[in-house]
Ligand binder design. Sequence first.
Ligand code: ADP
Ligand code: MG
Length: 724
Amino acid sequence: MTRHVTDYNLIAATKYANGGSRADSAPMDIERIFGENAFGLEEMKSRLPKSVYQSIVATVEKGQPIDLTIADTVALAMKEWAVERGATHYTHWFQPLTGTTAEKHDSFITPNKGGGAIAHFSGKDLIQGEPDASSFPSGGLRATFEARGYTAWDPTSPAFIVENRDGSYLAIPTVFASWNGEALDHKTPLLRSMDAVDRQARRVLRLFDVKDVHKVTATVGAEQEYFLIDEEYYYRRPDLVTCGRTLFGAKPPKGQELEDHYFGSIPDRVLSCMLEVEKELYRLGIPVKTRHNEVAPSQYEIAPIFETTNIAADHQQITMLTLQRVARNHGMVCLLHEKPFAGVNGSGKHNNWSIGTDTGMNLLEPGDNPHDNMQFLFFCAAVVRAVHRHQDLLRISVASADNDHRLGANEAPPAIISIFLGEQLEDVFRQLEKGPAKSSKQGGLLGLGSAVLPHLPRHAGDRNRTSPFAFTGNKFEFRAVGSSQSISFPNIVLNTIVAESLDEMATMLEGKLKGQKKNRKTFEAAVADVLQEVIHASKTVIFGGDNYSEAWHKEAEKRKLLNLRTTMDALHHLLDGKNLALFSRFAVLSESELRSREDIYVDQYFKKVNIEGETTEAIARTMILPAAVRYLNDLQVSAGVSKGVAATAKDVAAKVDALCTGIERLSKQNRELGGDTVHEKAHHVWKNVIPAMTEVRAAADALEKVVAHDYWPMPTYRDILWVK
Ligand code: ADP
Ligand code: MG
């Protein structure tokens, strides 16, 4: 009989001390290395003719369409730079709707028939690619006979070098679209949504007599949570390898209750991994800034300084790839799943979002004078209105089978979308809703910045960790985003819904000013009216209390806020008329593009849960049940001589029976499909496979607590979470 060996703890614990780390020991000179692996503006400036460089700057900084006649020149400079840095290949790097990144490499070198090789990379190769990409999900946008997808260079996001010990390649950020221009990726609609918010924000600024702004940019800083565990454990857990999360695991005697991990000193091996990650990211020009231990054991966080949204989104993807790659150099595996371990905190991504001007103004930062404050309140109210009106879209933008395990648990925001403003700002909004009548007593209308209202919160001190969407002094933090997902869709939604609010509020303001002479007094009165109406219509979404509490769930129901508990509840709303109209009105996603997304999200949900169902069955049947039975057999041997052993055997036998029953139920559900369409299949796994999996897990976890440890076929939470 084979017994399970448990010395993996020793292997995991001693690996680092045995020199598992290959981190470069030279001290890091951040200034020297920052951006050396990215073909950013600085590099372009030194390598391109002035006119070409200026043309690129006009595209990157002012949003002007790229001048295609410069492509050959840029391509040549880019290739020379990349080859100098050791690159032999290039790839158009894009973000298909799977939420990950994709690349197909081409060599710079074209082999010559007569021997030798010539380096070749033209403007055409830079601007457009044609990967045979028929296997990427298109949600019906492409029939197989027109399966080709096209990639097109995004000159606003710097190309970069990906290094491997044995060679390097150049990655060129691109969009990915079908032959008729329909977006098959996340980047295309993200860029469109940035345009939408730019246009509408500038329109509002013109009404506020701000005339020197040429571009408004949505900015994002995404804080990333992740787990690092020893690879020894990872490869002994088929559930982690196949699904990214544990499908089994009893609660360990010590979880996170001592709170001894949060902000604790960073274990040596982990720190050395973080340092290498940061170094790699600095070299790519990614401005990572903070690192710390998170709440759960073995959980950590990395956060960058904010950047323009599409660059932040690209950099976020690179950060996830880098974390996963570098962890292996240290004998660890980085888990990005939203809930790798039940019973301890899961991981999210806090999407900090704001809008700023090319003149350096943050439009969500309270100003120093009444006029600026009025403008701030206008933009802030636009966000409140957007969140209120599009709770469904925000919820959908973070919906996935993985995030379902996290949202609504007592560690992450609930599925109910509300907005936290902080006590002071909430109070200001309350007063604004009462309207100008009261404030006008004070002379100056609204009395903004004067006696009636408290000073607006600059860098607000108050925090609310339970809100899904919180104002944090000069930006909003969307906290429901999942740790493994692309931040693109949440930001597409944010940009578009705020663009809509700004559009409608600008129209309201113009309406109120119509036929009046515009002076300070009439303008302030008109703004006050708009704010009053907007706040009145949207105020139910403002909530400053404990979002985890049962009381809030009841209160939210009274306020008629949506509570879309699971992915399938949420996705159901994506194609509502309101949403189709919104995305097409701002030319962010056409009807067919939105339909394709709905189709893909439902399909991904089905596939994810389906794989989990099959994996649960396989592990339970072929690993856990045999282990429990072996243990039971051993117990039987001594049951005759010990009452205690007999009782234990009886207990184990009952638990084994429960497991067998669970496995049979799950097996039946796994074999069924629920229907032919992807929606029917997704509905089936949601309603039938998930409960059956839960039952199997409960039975298996009960066994884990009684079966002899050396019989147990996998490392347990107790092993995995604490050995570093
Ligand atoms: P906090 O204490 O609120 O977490 P930090 O200053 O640590 O604030 O910022 C958290 C994240 O928010 C960082 O990634 C930061 O770069 C980002 N951030 C700050 N200002 C903005 C902004 N104007 N737009 C987008 N993100 C921002
Ligand atoms: Mg934060």
